[in-house]
Design a protein around this ligand. Structure first.
Ligand SMILES: *Cc1c(COP(=O)(O)O)cnc(C)c1O
Length: 398
């Protein structure tokens, strides 16, 4: 970590300065373990921002990737391919949704869902086009998704933003009701807000939003880019809250770090006509073969159940730490999407101290850590990671 390596020098010289990077160069991964270029090992509680659902280089993923790479990598969506059809069937048969569109990322899936909602508005709601989203949400980095994302820090540098989005308070059904007008065609929400601070819905909120959308004929879109594929302890986040959305988007987690995005919709909401949406790379055989293998494994091996059990275990261990260290203000989460909130701005210092001790952990805000490990995490790995965190917290001077 001390000497700037060649890759770090090259990156800083040749790449745009879009993120303050952590000075570690990873060269290898296996399961929850990562190796840096000096041979130091780390336990990974971040999993590439909640994407690496089966950890690093899982044999099932590597096998699907290498087999498909030797067979067929890409053809256009003008033709049929086997991996695409198989993954579509698998996702539909294991969800409440009926139809699938494949793309390459979370932001792109959300963009497509917004276009779908605008078609819905055009066809069913006299041209309504506005989408209600929530404050502290995160929907991706494209220009339209920046408008959808209710956080000033992402929006400010890019004003003027595309119109047609209203950001209202989360967990507040009245705010959605007040923002609804004859122009509204959809509501888009994360079942649990991830990037915005691991904010959980009240027990009634999502049901109330569902009822309101039904009353007004609005599409209910769940952005499950982070919460989907087992992260919350069920295959999809909507199952945790007993609310069926009309549309969901997925990305992180489906192919355990290989890029893929998905829009899924109920039959009645699948309103694209030929030519109204498209993609060159989306749904390519390579991404879909990996997505299929990973998704099949997640279902067959009951990975969401492990996420639920291990999430409860981490949370209980963190609550014990909270009892010992009063500067831990709150521990909250669902499945393996967990936040540790401090009552002071020590999260970055804690993150760096953990890194030094060989634990990769995500600091989301000055006072907030997020724990989003691969979903295959074991009790032993949790004990090791929490042990490192406790050692670090014990040494914090505040
Ligand atoms: C990460 C994330 C996105 C954006 O996904 P990308 O693949 O980075 O475009 C969108 N929505 C949510 C809820 C996310 O967590």
């Amino acid at each position: 970590m001390d000497n700037k390596s060649q890759s770090q020098e090259l990156t800083q010289k040749y790449m745009m300065n879009f993120i303050n990077r952590i000075p570690v160069t990873f060269v290898k991964g296996e399961g929850l373990q990562l190796w840096d270029e000096n041979g130091k090992t780390y336990l990974d509680f971040v999993g590439g921002w909640a994407a690496d659902s089966l950890g690093h280089c899982h044999p099932v993923q590597v096998e699907a990737l290498t087999n498909q790479a030797k067979t067929l990598i890409h053809v256009s969506n003008a033709f049929y391919t086997e991996p695409q059809s198989k993954l579509a069937e698998l996702l539909v048969k294991n969800s409440c949704l009926d139809k699938v569109f494949f793309c390459n990322s979370g932001a792109e899936a959300n963009e497509g869902a917004i276009k779908l909602a605008r078609r819905w508005g055009a066809l069913k709601l006299k041209g309504a086009y506005e989408i209600i989203t929530t404050l502290d949400s995160f929907h991706g980095r494209t220009l339209a998704m920046t408008a959808a994302t209710g956080q000033a820090k992402f929006q400010k540098p890019y004003i003027p933003l595309p119109e047609g989005f209203t950001n209202v308070k989360y967990n507040d059904i009245e705010a959605i009701k007040q923002a609804t007008s004859s122009k509204t065609c959809a509501v888009m929400l994360e079942p649990v807000q991830g990037e915005g601070g691991v904010n959980l819905p009240s027990s009634e909120y999502l049901k109330q939003v569902r009822a309101w959308c039904d009353e007004k004929g609005l599409l209910l879109i769940f952005d499950e880019v982070q919460t989907g594929m087992g992260r919350l302890g069920k295959l999809f986040g909507y199952e945790v809250y007993g609310v069926e959305p009309d549309v969901i988007t997925l990305a992180k987690g489906i192919a355990s770090g290989f890029p893929i995005g998905v829009i899924m919709a109920k039959e009645r909401a699948s309103v694209f006509s030929p030519g109204e949406h498209g993609t060159t790379f989306g749904g390519n055989p390579l991404a879909c073969a990996v997505g299929y293998a990973v998704t099949q494994y997640i279902i067959d091996k009951k990975v969401p159940q492990n996420s639920d059990l291990m999430g409860r275990y981490i949370t209980s261990q963190l609550r014990i730490l909270q009892g010992k260290y009063p500067f831990i203000k709150d521990v909250r989460g669902c499945g393996l999407l967990i936040a540790v909130e401090f009552n002071c701005d020590i999260a970055e210092a804690v993150m760096y101290a953990c890194l030094k001790e060989g634990l990769v952990i995500n600091y989301l805000k000055a006072n907030l850590l997020r724990i989003i490990p691969p979903l295959i995490i074991t009790r032993a790995e949790i004990d090791k990671g929490i042990g490192i965190l406790e050692q670090v917290l014990a040494g914090i001077n505040i």
